[in-house]
Design a protein around this ligand. Sequence first.
Ligand code: IDC
Length: 336
Amino acid sequence: MHKKVIFIMLLFVLLCSHVPGFHTVSVRAAVKPPLARYGRLHVSGRRLVDSHGKTVQLKGVSTHGLSWYPQYVNKKAFQTLRDQWGAEVIRLAMYTAEYNGYCTGTKQNQKELKALIDKAVRCCNELGLYVIIDWHIVSDSDPHTYQKEAKAFFQSMAKKYAGYKNVIYEICNEPNGGVTWSQICSYARPVIRAIRRQDAQAVIIVGTPTWCQDVDTAAAAPLKGKNLMYAFHYYASTHTDDLRKKLQTALDKGLAVFVTEYGICEASGNGIIKKNEANRWMNLLDQNKISCVAWNLSNKDEASALLKSTCAKKFGWKRSDLSESGKWVYDMMRKK
Ligand code: IDC
């Protein structure tokens, strides 16, 4: 009798294991959401750590421009990323200048962007995901261009989300056009103060010169203050050993680095994909427990988009709905 029961149970497991999705559902159901696992994050030395001081390496996905692809800000999409992909953090890229940017669009547009961020932050909170609010400067190379707007924006965000444990602020995506580290610091200090007046603890990520490549410069003269991190970005088909050296220099100096954007294609966001280089980069990040976010969640017809351009689904993507970049990111994150 006993043997019969065991046999039936084994048969059941064997049959179920052939049902698509069984593994994902069963494995994920047993795992607590990231926020429940790690709690409030903070920075210790060069590491991001959980509420018990244990090193945390978050992996996740960035939206494309929020104004451009608002359709992917929905709970089911984020749930798909959490449960099927293993994502722990979502980055909300809010362009400041391009594509109905926050600083160049209408007041109505600003209102819509804030509503979208609010929806995203709430969804992430309910799902226990970390969320990065990204002030996405690009063509407005110098963050001083919209410093006044940035201060007001982050002050209002920090006021609204001070009680949340999952919100991270990224105050300038990619300074470029020769903007120096000391210029970035003079932008960052008042913006950080505006956040700190509302929220003394949230992790704040500061962009670094040359599209977030010069972390070595930041490491030579980091900002004062707690829970600060520094952004580093790479695109594996364009950036290789030289940039890895820069990152290593910064790490050796003890800089707390967060890769808030990476791609496995060229820096244009398009072009060829180099998986060998992508793997080399990810090994370096894994060895050093550096958190990272993949660019971008959209079906735009470009190599960095994670969804196939023919895929119209707003959530519930299967592996076959993903682009080559998407499949690489999905497989890599699921391994974690
Ligand atoms: C790219 C998008 C592309 C868009 C362009 C506009 O992929 O669809 O037309 O921005 O500027 C970055 C930027 C990020 C870029 C990305 C790829 O932060 O905005 O997105 N990239 O070029 N830095 C390095 C690469």
